[in-house]
Design a protein around this ligand. Structure first.
Ligand code: SF4
Length: 332
């Protein structure tokens, strides 16, 4: 699964490492202008990006050694489509309450949905709960180190498996999220934005750009993500502070404006997603099952309200009891 992650997320454990030997720039500004996904000596990008990361990486809790692989996995689920600032308090509470996968696995899925709060896209909470249960059952409670075993966990797609393997276990994987895709699109391909959905060409480029040495590859994955989150942002890239400004194909080409299909934006106001959020908030904050009239108060349109409530039940985010009341799945 290609990750549609928040523009401001950050990942990669904050592990101090020896300063990387600076690699001589092999790609001049001139060659960068004509860089494509197949030419250019991309290794020139490694040292400046990693060196910048060593000095500017945010000290985020999931980057600290004590976070462990479970902390990294929790953060990766939460950071999909949610900014770091909103994730931080929920992450801290989550890890305090469920420091190991087995702790979460023993709880009802509804408790995970409740603790998810307002992070949005609450099916992620159910998937994380399912992953925790599978880890407890199949892997003795330890997040597996093997990439294929990670991929086999419920709710863990291509991105998350690579991110956990790389950030938690220091393995060599191309970790391609929204931020990284944007950095590669600009620095290497010379376009302002990547395509709306991840392409095979982007995956190939990410693999091509991956440093050979395993520890450096893991550092590169975290560093490119941080560069996209902090400097090479979607709307206002800070090229003046960028460690690869001299090598950036898009900048060298005069920062041409995006000419591809319009970038996808996700509406919220008035959508079923908004109604689902309001209904779920009532269920989350209630002590015990909720009568239907209390849910009916959250939205004026009965048809849309019914559709949203039906969707929550279908998705396993809410349960309808025989007496017509509703609750979070399995919650008391
Ligand atoms: S120079 Fe600007 S556009 Fe290019 S990678 Fe750096 S921040 Fe992004």
């Amino acid at each position: 699964m290609a990750s549609a992650r928040s523009e401001t997320r950050g990942a990669g454990r904050f592990v101090p490492c020896p300063r990387h030997a600076r690699i001589a720039f092999a790609m001049t500004a001139t060659t960068a202008t004509t860089a494509t996904t197949t030419d250019a000596d991309h290794t020139a990008l490694h040292a400046p990006v990693i060196d910048w990361f060593d000095h500017h990486a945010r000290d985020l809790p999931w980057r600290r050694p004590e976070a462990g692989a479970w902390g990294v996995m929790v953060s990766e689920f939460m950071l999909q489509q949610t900014p770091v600032s909103r994730v931080l308090p929920v992450y801290e509470e989550w890890l305090k309450r469920w420091p190991r996968p087995a702790d979460l696995a023993t709880e009802a899925p509804g408790e995970a949905v409740r603790a998810w709060g307002r992070l949005g896209y609450p099916r992620r909470a159910l998937r994380l709960h399912s992953a925790a249960a599978a880890i407890a059952e199949r892997h003795g409670g330890e997040v597996p180190t093997d990439h294929h075993q990670l991929l086999a966990l419920p709710g863990v797609g291509e991105y998350t498996a690579a991110a956990v393997a790389s950030f938690a276990y220091g393995q060599r994987h191309a970790v391609l999220d929204t931020n990284v895709r944007r950095v590669f699109a600009r620095a290497v391909t010379g376009t302002q934005y990547p395509p709306n959905a991840t392409t095979a060409a982007e995956r190939k480029l990410a693999r091509t750009l991956l440093p050979e040495e395993t520890a450096t590859a893991a550092r590169w994955a975290a560093a490119t993500m941080e560069l996209g989150a902090l400097l090479c942002t979607a709307r206002t890239p800070e090229c003046g502070r960028c460690p690869i400004a001299e090598l950036c194909a898009w900048r060298s080409a005069g920062s041409p404006v995006h000419e591809g299909p319009p970038r996808r934006t996700q509406a919220y106001a008035g959508t079923d997603r908004q109604v689902r959020g309001k209904l779920l908030a009532v269920l989350r904050e209630a002590v015990g099952p909720v009568p239907r009239p209390l849910l009916d108060r959250v939205w004026h349109d009965p048809e849309q309200r019914a559709r949203a409530l039906g969707g929550l039940v279908t998705d396993g985010l809410a349960e309808r009891l025989p007496d017509g009341r509703y609750r979070l799945p399995g919650a008391d």
